[in-house]
Design a protein around this ligand. Structure first.
Ligand code: NAP
Length: 289
């Protein structure tokens, strides 16, 4: 099978490169310079010419804060272009594996969100990602939408890398303890996508939730990072209202993964184990931790 990965220079895209090394399928990796997903004609020509069977869309506008000021671009990448990808997939009979977010929910739950819970984004990023999901469903293409949350990896900038740096440099640090979710190692999400492709389970058209197992606050996540990084920093729990930010974030965004586990027969790693693996990767790559 011919598999197109878009947004290949991002966190998830880079992890898909590793996954492809173990695969018998033919992977084509692109990012904005090779294939701008907002260019409908170029995209459709590409999918046709390369005889693509599966598109794994790792491209997105992921800067939650900037999205509030640049709604037009966020919408173009997360919604309009996702519609183009779905159209392109439909036109050649390909499957679109697309990644969405916990930000489609309002965060008012106190039990994990299932795929059947009502969506109600509270910011521009979540709104555009939800619109992208709807564009896929409306297109009539074969799709698998995986909603994930709190992604980190050895690639790019993310909470893990920021915390490793700050817990090393500072004596003390304030981190919010009243936002609850699940950190997710991008490598684990990429492995799960690889599993679906390798086991030819791409016909299981639906929306699924995928994060690592377990639950924590950003404060707990930061404490675990500081410990694994062996950094001596006093991390203090604070309320969200004590942390200045223009963006509203869901207070609770734990995703229920029963449907994913049962449909794909997949065992998802626990978040602290994955965190340790990722930090070991960083150490092996000689990043400063
Ligand atoms: N990061 C999280 O915490 C998180 C949480 C929940 C869900 N997700 C979702 O998970 C998926 C993967 O996230 P990620 O963290 O791997 O994202 P990422 O690191 O920001 O990677 C996204 C990639 O897409 C590229 N891109 C942007 N516009 C494009 C365009 N028009 N055409 C082609 N490529 C384009 C980006 O390039 P530039 O860097 O040059 O813009 C970047 O290389 C996304 O769908 C995201 O919404 C992420």
């Amino acid at each position: 099978m011919n598999i197109l990965v878009t947004g290949a220079h991002g966190q998830l895209g880079n992890e898909m490169v590793r996954v492809s090394d173990k695969s018998k399928d033919h992977y084509v990796f692109t990012d904005i310079n090779e294939l701008d997903i907002t260019n409908r004609d170029v995209l459709h020509t590409f999918v046709n010419k390369e005889q693509i069977d599966i598109i794994v869309n790792c491209a997105a506008y992921t800067n939650v804060d900037k999205a509030e000021e640049d709604e037009r671009t966020a919408n173009l990448v997360n919604n309009v272009a996702v519609g183009y990808l779905a159209e392109g997939a439909k036109s050649v009979g390909a499957t679109l594996i697309h990644v969405s977010t916990d930000y489609v929910f309002n965060g008012k739950n106190n039990v994990p969100y299932t795929e059947y819970d009502m969506t109600e984004p509270i910011g521009v990023y979540g709104e555009t990602k939800l619109a992208g999901e709807k564009a896929i469903v409306a297109s009539g293409c074969n799709y698998i939408i995986l909603r994930t949350a709190w992604l980190y990896s050895v690639w790019g900038n993310n909470f893990l890398k920021t915390m490793l740096k700050l817990t090393k440099e500072r004596e003390s640090l304030n981190v919010v303890f009243d936002q609850i979710g699940t950190p997710t190692y991008a490598g684990d999400l990429a492995d799960a996508i690889g599993w679906i492709i390798d086991h030819r389970m791409i016909e299981k058209k639906d929306i699924y939730h995928f994060t690592n197992e377990g639950v924590c606050s950003w404060y707990d996540f930061a404490v675990a990072i500081g410990k694994l990084g062996e950094n001596m920093c006093n991390i203090r729990p604070i309320h969200s209202h004590e942390y200045s930010s223009k963006v509203k974030r869901p207070h609770y965004s734990v995703l229920d993964k029963v449907k994913f586990r049962e449909t794909f027969g997949y065992q998802i790693p626990y978040w602290t184990e994955s965190l340790e693996r990722c930090i070991n990767q960083l150490k092996a790559k000689k990043y400063e931790v």
